[in-house]
Design a protein around this ligand. Sequence first.
Ligand SMILES: [Zn+2]
Length: 327
Amino acid sequence: MSNRFLSLLAKGGPITADGGMGTMLMSAGLLFGDPPEQWNTLPDKRPAISAIHRGYLDAGAQIILTNSFGGNPFRLKLHNLDGQVFELNRAAAELARAEAGDNAVVAGSIGPSGELFEPIGTLTHEAAVAGFAAQAEGLAAGGADVLWVETMSDLREVRAAVEGARRGAPGLPVVATLTFDTRGFTMMGVSPNQAIEQLADLELAAIGGNCGNGTDEIEGVISAMHQTNPNLPLIAKSNAGIPEIINERAVYSGTPESMATYARRVRALGATIIGACCGSTPAHIKAINDALHNLAPLTEADVAHIVAAAQERYSATKRTRTRQRSA
Ligand SMILES: [Zn+2]
């Protein structure tokens, strides 16, 4: 049986993905701290989700992510919604499928559990796998084409989420992106090349970086990943610029033009699937899509200095770490 995501990927790209969901939901009236997934089954809120998907599709997105980022039982439990894991995820995928039809790929978003693994925390591998499997089952039932594990920082959690995805939705491809927001490493200290090397046995359909501290950071991530394994399809979903905290909220000032520049650069650095994350809107995705499909690609010479800067970042950090250890 053919799969929409794998067929699209087989064309080699560039592929335009969508932008932030949370940002758009806040504009649509979601209150800070409320669970976005609850909107998937509320009759008066469902049209807002559909409109967000439609906005990104009209902007040129070929892949849209479902409104299910926090749809695992661990996160939903905080809102007493853990009895509705299947329904909320199925509804998320159905809403996206209804807008995408046969023309775009529906990616079932799976975000972190929010829990820490043993021994620092209490989460066990088996509990994590079971939780992610329940989420994946709902996403598959609603018509997802691919399961999209995202914003991860712990390789053990990526592993558990991928295993859960495969248990809950056998037969669907799985991708994973991590967030390298701590000077080019994830919060748990994982570098882009470690992610590629240590997750190689999972045979993910694609891997990459999302969210974080702006486009320079993601460019470094893609460059490092591409050098580690030039054959693996890479995903770049940068935030719209570097977040600034204003009144306890993250505010993003990246313009559509700056995201168009980023799109051409990460494409030249080796990314196949390119979209955006927090702070982005359909205007940013339209600029990305135009840049990827209507402008001449940058050459390797154009991006040589970006690659050099990215390499310098990781070698400088490595030197610092070595010094700290020996001190
Ligand atoms: Zn983000």
